[in-house]
Design a protein around this ligand. Structure first.
Ligand SMILES: [Zn+2]
Length: 502
């Protein structure tokens, strides 16, 4: 496809790279189609570390070689179009997930990057016919509900389930109701309004339905975890205990959650729910692994991860097509350098992040003996927004070590360390091996507008934001692979800061 509508002029790309001032305001001199980055909406910046040493002229030239094409060529966005428009939704175990594996292998080959598959057994949950409605009563003629079954949901009988609805705002509130929810449909309501709320309320979707099942409920409805809605439900996975009771569970759109809440203020509400989903036997699938071997210490690995699977609605453009094309582009550009970095840069496109994390576990298991030589891991799985800065989960001294290497990110407005630990669902199985995590954090303030919904399509990804984050992750991967020193390893897994599960 043509990239002429979104490429950044090369002159501007170079201006971004060679700018002398560390201030984001420097870009105010850029042509008007390139607005200066706004201040981060969701991240606070750490104080600047002291003792700034400078990159050598050769290192700055390498930065320009890597970041210039990332900013100017539009290659990552063109790839994202192939993955989203060309292959579409790619839930684990589906034919399109396998098509995505083949596409990734072909693309790496075209880029001159060595790549291979590693086997992963994935769960295979399939959506069926689904609908629901608020039944007619003296207060309404009846209303259809906009809903999506949650991944992992049990089906209803073909004729559906009809029951009274009981609303709760937390797992504690549900527990306090005891067996009063027996025979009822539990409706999990919340007040998510910004991206930062996701962690607070994700447990209602992930664990609420299982808890309701244990208390005898017959179904569950969860308000979509969303920061915007045009009556679009947002799915996601829900987990039931092995051998424990299951029930049919669906996400309703924000508007339908508000309607249910209003109707429940006035009295009893009955809902009929039909979910035709099913569990098929586990399927054979793969992680796709690719690498550019290091010139001096090839056994030391800088891992770049993203997940190839998506939900079965939308086309997974932000989640996580954007991350996939960013890390693929990093490998392509690093492989084109006349000299490989000191260490190996390895890209892992994980399978089954969304509904099982089997790919992340399979990688950590298969490579267990190498994990002590994984010197850093970056996971890109927060959408295709512009880069904001860098976060770490490492031992002491990490910021001082990396600070000089952040200089090329100045023109992107991302040469800063952000508060908060670097995490990643697919990286979490590597935590016990004390692998240092590095976050190339992107602006996720609008990510949950479309996350896990029919609306997560290519048009929601801004080509310039994507190219800027691609440039940032490409440079950070190179920096971690080339820096003479490596990050100290984190001393213990963070027990108080569990990895974000999306
Ligand atoms: Zn994701």
């Amino acid at each position: 496809m043509s990239t002429s509508t979104f490429v950044l002029p090369v002159s501007l790309a170079l201006q971004l790279l060679t700018s002398a001032s560390p201030s984001p305001q420097n870009t105010a001199t850029a042509p008007s189609q390139e607005p200066a980055p706004k201040s981060p909406a969701t991240s606070s910046v750490k104080a600047t570390p002291p003792a700034v040493t400078k990159l050598s002229a050769a290192q700055q030239a390498t930065a320009a070689k890597l970041m210039g094409p990332a900013l100017a060529e539009g290659h990552a966005y063109a790839r994202l179009a192939e993955l989203t428009d060309g292959i579409g939704p790619r839930l684990s175990g589906s034919e399109s997930a396998e098509a995505a594996v083949q596409w990734a292998l072909r693309s790496f080959q075209a880029d001159g990057v060595k790549a291979w598959k590693e086997p992963v057994k994935v769960p295979r949950w399939v959506r069926g016919e689904e609908h629901g409605e608020i039944l007619a009563s003296e207060r309404t003629r009846g209303l259809p509900l906009a809903l999506l079954a949650l991944g992992g949901s049990a089906p209803t009988p073909p004729e559906g389930i009809t029951a009274e609805v009981v609303e709760v705002g937390s797992l504690e509130e549900l527990a306090a109701l005891g067996d009063k929810v027996k025979g009822r449909i539990v409706f999990f309501n919340h007040t998510m309004s910004e991206a930062a709320d996701y962690g607070r309320f994700a447990g209602l979707r992930g664990r609420g339905p299982a808890a309701a099942a244990k208390q005898g409920a017959v179904a569950a409805l969860v308000r979509s975890l969303a920061t915007a809605s045009l009556r679009t439900p947002h799915t996601g996975s829900t987990r039931f205990d092995e051998g424990g009771p299951r029930l049919p569970a669906a996400a309703v759109s924000v508007e339908d959650a508000l309607t249910l809440h209003r109707m429940l203020q006035g009295g009893t509400v009955k809902v009929r729910l039909v979910l035709g989903c099913s569990d098929l036997p586990d399927a054979d699938s793969s992680n796709v692994v690719a690498e550019v071997r290091g010139r001096e210490k090839p056994d030391e690995v800088v891992l770049l991860g993203a997940h190839l699977d998506s939900w079965d609605v939308g086309t997974g453009a932000h989640d996580d097509g954007a991350g996939v094309v960013m890390v693929m582009e990093a490998a392509r550009l690093i492989a084109k350098l006349p000299q490989a970095p000191r260490r190996t840069v390895r890209v892992v496109l994980f399978m089954n992040e969304e509904n099982g994390l089997r790919g992340g576990r399979a990688y950590a298991e298969r490579h267990a003996k190498e994990l002590s030589k994984h010197v850093a891991a970056i996971e890109m799985d927060a959408g295709g927004g512009r880069p904001l800065g860098v976060s770490l989960h490492a031992g002491p001294g990490g910021e001082a070590l990396l600070w000089p290497w952040l200089a090329p990110l100045e023109g992107l407005g991302a040469a800063k360390f952000l508060v908060g630990h670097a995490t990643g669902a697919d990286l979490s199985p590597m935590e016990p091996a004390h692998v240092p995590f590095v976050g190339v954090r992107v602006d996720s303030s609008r990510y949950f507008d479309v996350h896990h919904s029919m609306a997560d399509t290519l048009d929601k990804v801004d080509p310039q934001d994507l190219s800027r984050s691609t440039a940032a992750v490409t440079w950070m991967a190179y920096a971690l692979a080339e820096s003479p020193g490596t990050l100290a390893r984190p001393t213990a897994p963070e027990s108080d800061d569990p990895p974000k599960k999306k």
